[in-house]
Design a protein around this ligand. Structure first.
Ligand code: AR6
Length: 170
């Protein structure tokens, strides 16, 4: 899987075409990676987000990156984990796919994702990592316009799960 990479890092520092924000349905900011992205991008990001009128879980919306090194931010509200019987897996798959579709439509060649839903939203990391790398690999197989997708993991434990999930795909 040469065009999927797993790295340890801070997604707000990445100079790529688009970074993904693990947002909530309001798109008006929050804690975790969402808070970090809004802090680094500056108030212009929130101003543009206000014009979007929210987003459904599993869908995505795009804004400019403002003070970030990334050109765009793709905002996607992941599912809150409620035990797995509420469509959580399909919704998470849909987040990755929707973000990549928007990236393609906007001419992005390099896209970085955080580990969507595995923080405050409590999606089990092993399941989430398998869903993420599979959804990304399936999309890339049909979309050569995207040259590289990275999972930017904020801690070693998260990275270990994504490394294993990617290894299992090979
Ligand atoms: N770079 C990369 N990953 C990060 C960063 C960073 N700078 N900061 C945190 N993470 P979470 P969720 C990791 O809770 O579970 C917000 O309040 C973090 O360690 O940010 O989708 C939103 O507004 C974890 O591995 O997102 C929503 O209300 C991963 O990002 C809610 O949280 C996701 O954790 C969304 O919850």
């Amino acid at each position: 899987m040469p065009n999927i990479e797993i790295i340890l890092g801070d997604i707000t520092k990445q100079a790529v075409d688009a970074i993904v924000n693990a947002a909530n349905c309001s798109l008006l900011g929050g804690g975790g990676v969402d808070g970090a992205i809004h802090r680094a991008a500056g108030p212009e990001l929130l101003a543009e987000c206000r014009t979007l009128h929210g987003c459904e879980t599993g869908k995505a919306k795009i804004t400019k990156g403002y003070r970030l090194p990334a050109k765009y931010v793709i905002h996607t509200p992941g599912p809150v984990w409620h035990g797995g019987g509420h469509g959580e897996e399909e919704l998470l798959r849909s987040c990755y796919r929707s973000c990549l579709e928007l990236a393609s439509e906007n001419g992005c060649r390099t896209v970085d994702f955080p580990s969507i839903s595995t923080g405050v939203y409590r999606f089990p990391l092993e399941k989430a990592s398998r869903i993420a790398v599979k959804a990304i690999a399936e999309y890339l197989a049909d979309h050569p316009e995207i040259q590289r997708v990275r999972m930017v993991c904020f801690d070693e434990r998260t990275k270990a799960f994504y490394d294993r999930a990617l290894e299992a795909l090979r």
